[in-house]
Design a protein around this ligand. Sequence first.
Ligand code: GBH
Length: 490
Amino acid sequence: RVQTTRDDVRRFPDGFLFGTATASYQVEGGWDEDGKSENIWDYLTHTSPCTISDCSNGDIADDSYHLYKRDVEMMRELGLDFYRFSMSWSRLLPTGFPDQINEGGVNYYNNLINEMLKYNIQPMITLYHWDLPQRLQELGGWANPHVVDWFGDYARVAFEQFGDRVKYWMTINEPREVCDEGYGDVNLAPLLDSKGIGEYMCVKNLLVAHARAYHIYNDEYKSKYGGEVGIAFSARWYEPASDSEIDIQAAEDFTAFTWIKYVHPIYSETGDYPPIMKEKVAAKSAEQGFFRSRLPEFTQEEIEYVRGSSDFFGLNHYTTFLVYRNESIYDANPVPSLFDDADIGSYHHPDWEETASSWFKVVPWGFYKLLTSIRENYNNPPIFITENGFSNRGGLQDDDRVRFYRNYLSAMLDAMDEGSDVRAYAAWSLMDNFEWLSGYTERFGLYEVDYDCPERTRTPRKSAFVYKEIVRTRALDLDYEPDTDVMTID
Ligand code: GBH
């Protein structure tokens, strides 16, 4: 495969894995086909369509439910080692529970997995990428401690059905987004906006549910199938807005409150939440007149159950924020919240390159700093980059995306040169898809999807050709100019 010896071309280590990622609700469509029941995104988009910026939904999305063979063909065009996709809980278990295993769902995922394996593309499955069965939401969803059993049962069914062929499992995609944006805010379904309360209930239950799935695999399937189970954290890099001690501490606090609150219980020596977060929420809760901390505590048994419950460190990374210390706003507006608990504010530097997404500016060095901090603070765990990618408004000549991938991959290689143990990289996304509340207005795909045509035609962008060359050569040649006339399978 190696074909060049130029020394400005950087190589990836032997055995490094390249892939792309998607998620069920964002690509599958077939929302009510063959026995699938409604999930929280079906419910949200059907009951309140224009909560989505273009009033769209995922009823058809990329129609991967029917077009999975074309999807696998694209994976072959790109030469991928693996493909990360998620399973729709309500497609596999329409009641939410294991009393009815839906044959239509089992067939769909078998077909997809088997088609990939024909061409030696490894499936990497996320069990939960945000599409909870609506029935379970009505019972409280991730705020109900019983979700630990519900999720464990669902995971067991998935391991039982597909574990003979699937060696990489991820329990939950982006716990921070699930809880903070869905339970503590109105940025993702179910839009609960239960600030400082529901968002923390979700954190605890989600972590124990994750651990339940991990232990089920470890105790009952690992010796038979030899696979690995991890979780996909979402991590932004938080850079202090100034070099004052105050802002440095603010950036650390925000890190603890947003994503280290999931990492620390699993990856630290002691387990449990980051101490600073426990202390701050307990102190604020007491001041505010609550009889106990709004952050539900783990029992000692739960601390041990969660600690160490991950075989690899899945990492979704997109952007960086500047963080400063903010005075508490509670006196003016007596509503508890994570932001108030953490006493921070954050923003993007105006000079950073924009994307089509308001929360996302391009900051490659943040990726390097993030990987370095994980290496230094958590004993250099094996990392899978489970998502990284760029949004624009569409078009095949996506030089902005090509530049993004080159710069972020360079930053990743900088960290790897210094010892970070990154073993896999998944580009988000294989193709354009339903971008949650932004609908189809923000495009992340290596392939463009035509939503005006019923065939949902997929066309490779320039970035697809460039990524293909990176995968083929296992190297990053910053000068490579692809011939974008014909995409072939090599
Ligand atoms: C990931 O989320 C997801 O895993 C994936 O499904 C998604 O398509 C991809 O990245 C790109 O977004 O604009 O203030 O309302 C990344 C985190 C979650 C960040 C939703 C933006 C909405 C915030 N994104 N969130 S806001």
